[in-house]
Design a binder for this molecule. Structure first.
Ligand SMILES: C[S@@+](CC[C@H](N)C(=O)[O-])C[C@H]1O[C@@H](n2cnc3c(N)ncnc32)[C@H](O)[C@@H]1O
Length: 391
């Protein structure tokens, strides 16, 4: 029997409509009929399947890496009786016990609340319940750390309202509520450093981090000033060309393996191809998408990590358009790649994209050797798709 009838998705408050739009699109692609609720500024979306018996199988098919706006997701029960304020532990414990009878022991217990104004006040209650519930699960032998078991989840929506459910450790977030616990280095030139660290965790698998992010690699960082991203890359042992007309932080001026070029990021060309292109320039998203596509098609990089600043309205539609703008020319040129987007915890009105090119993607038709002239304009033929869609 399927113990859960709905799916719950955490997102940033204010992005509920984008989260829902993406989920409806994805479910439609998978041929699963759903409806959803996305209360404004709630920080979450709830999906109801037309056939609730399929909830568990949809949960198993979803991957956080294929979602942009959701931070984490779980299967959860339907509406329940309000929790009594004097004893929330007993009914929550009972709900977990009956869930465990259906899905087996739990690998862990995650308690959370929506990342919204209304949700944040629930943090102390959440902390208070966590230890006590874990203790009773352990006593009943329902807690057995093993990634093959599902993870028990409780989401507090208010002091008297809670959803109980489960998620799969290998498919959802690394952190409860999808909020990373990362520390900014004391000497970081900007808070943007946190964004890049989070992107490496959220967008790359452990295997990809091992293979694609190694000391000695070369990177170009477009829009690098004051240097938060460049510093993260240097700390990971990469050699960096930081492109920005603005100054880098004084702490970075004499850094080994770092070269600062005062140039326009849209005209800069590397003298030889690099492993990574990073781009944090504040520009129209379509222009950035076209730039990344141009670097990929020319074979100037093997991977790219970039930000798209989304407009206030129609963010999801704009993202889909940029996706097409980037992918279509590469597909036409026979260049194999993977494209992922995440709305990171450290992103605000933007999403972070990752383009991974297949090792075999280089040298395909359309690939050009990087030229030595940094002022060399982009190939107009290659810019055509971007211009066409911008009109
Ligand atoms: C959000 S900041 C980048 C922060 C940086 N990633 C960090 O970690 O500190 C955007 C930067 O893009 C630069 N920028 C904007 N347009 C540019 C262009 N056309 N060429 C080069 N740099 C540009 C700005 O000068 C600014 O320093």
């Amino acid at each position: 029997m399927e113990p859960c009838s709905r799916l719950f998705f955490y997102c940033r408050a204010g992005f509920e409509q984008e989260t829902l739009a993406e989920l409806l699109w994805l479910c439609d692609e998978m041929g699963v009929r759903v409806s959803g609720t996305a209360p404004a500024r709630s920080g979450y979306v709830l999906l109801q399947l037309d056939d609730p018996r399929l909830t568990g199988s949809l949960l198993a098919r979803l991957r956080l890496q294929s979602l942009t706006f959701s931070r984490h997701f779980l299967a959860c029960d339907g509406p329940q009786e309000p929790l009594p304020i004097k004893d929330r532990l007993t009914p929550l414990g009972q709900r977990l016990a009956s869930l465990s009878q259906e899905v087996g022991p739990f690998a862990a217990l995650w308690l959370g609340y929506p990342d919204s104004e209304a949700g944040k006040v629930l943090a102390p209650l959440c902390r208070a319940l966590q230890g006590r519930l874990e203790e009773s699960l352990r006593k009943e032998n329902r807690l057995q750390p093993d990634t093959h078991h599902p993870r028990a989840e409780i989401v507090l929506l208010s002091g008297t309202e809670a959803l109980t459910g489960y998620s799969w450790p290998d498919k959802g977030a690394h952190w409860p509520m999808g909020i990373p616990r990362l520390r900014l280095a004391n000497d970081a030139p900007s808070r943007a450093a946190l964004k890049l660290e989070e992107a490496f965790w959220q967008l790359l698998s452990p295997e990809e981090r091992r293979q694609r992010l190694t000391p000695g690699q070369r990177a170009v960082d477009l829009g690098a000033a004051p240097g938060g991203w460049s510093q993260v890359l240097l700390q990971r042992g990469l050699a960096v060309i930081a492109v920005d007309r603005a100054d880098l932080a004084p702490t970075l001026r004499d850094a080994p393996r770092l070269h600062h070029r005062r140039a326009d990021g849209f005209h800069f060309q590397p003298s030889q191809s690099v492993d990574w292109l990073f781009c944090d320039m504040v520009e129209k998203p379509r222009r950035i998408a076209a730039l990344i596509q141009r670097w990929a098609q020319a074979g100037w990089c093997r991977a790219a990590l970039f930000n798209l600043k989304l407009p206030m309205k129609k963010r999801f539609e704009e993202l889909q358009l940029c996706r097409q703008l980037l992918l279509s020319p590469l597909q036409q040129a026979g260049i194999r790649c993977q494209l992922r987007f995440r709305h990171l915890y450290h992103d605000r009105e933007e999403v972070t994209g990752l383009l991974l090119l297949d090792a075999h993607g280089r040298g395909k038709p359309g690939a050009r050797q990087p030229g030595p002239d940094p002022k060399h304009p982009a190939n107009p033929a290659q810019r055509q798709p971007g211009r066409k869609r911008e009109t």
